[in-house]
Design a protein around this ligand. Sequence first.
Ligand SMILES: CC(C)(COP(=O)(O)OP(=O)(O)OC[C@H]1O[C@@H](n2cnc3c(N)ncnc32)[C@H](O)[C@@H]1OP(=O)(O)O)[C@@H](O)C(=O)NCCC(=O)NCCS
Length: 153
Amino acid sequence: MTRSNISIRKARKSDAPRMVEIMESNHHYYTPEVDGIEAIARQLKMRHNVILVATDSENVVGFVLGTWDGARAFLFKMSVHPDFQKQGIGTMLVKEAACQYRDMGAVTIGLSAADGTGGEQNNAVGFWEKLGFEQIPARLMINFEIEKLTEGN
Ligand SMILES: CC(C)(COP(=O)(O)OP(=O)(O)OC[C@H]1O[C@@H](n2cnc3c(N)ncnc32)[C@H](O)[C@@H]1OP(=O)(O)O)[C@@H](O)C(=O)NCCC(=O)NCCS
């Protein structure tokens, strides 16, 4: 079902507090330095990023945030407020982001899906599969200490 009163538009700096609120409501607001209001404000200035919000007549109810490298698009964060889930809003957000990346020249779109096994509370694998995303044998690796990694350089 697609809600007719939902529109998708580019995110603005003023949406950032509500985006944080939505992440908190879904228990995936992890690190202020990465997910917080100032980070979102910086991300909004990066021209390779696509950051979209879904709004009903009053409020932002969900968002998707990602980027691309000239060939591949990658989604970093996606969240629909619990009161608005399972109404087609996530699908609208992903499809609009995909259209924008396609128009920029991206040929694939990927993400690291929460599956509930890494201590996170969400399992969104079924959602992504319904949109045609396939699981591939890859292991996401992150170095949380970039200062240490670059020490002396
Ligand atoms: C995952 C999420 C973005 C989906 O948004 P949504 O607006 O609820 O999704 P939609 O309503 O467009 O759902 C599309 C289909 O996927 C299904 N679906 C939605 N969330 C699902 C989930 N977590 N697991 C399995 N299926 C799911 C819906 O039932 C619907 O199925 P249908 O087409 O048979 O009716 C949203 O539930 C959310 O924000 N979850 C918490 C945060 C999260 O997990 N983010 C993604 C991290 S990778």
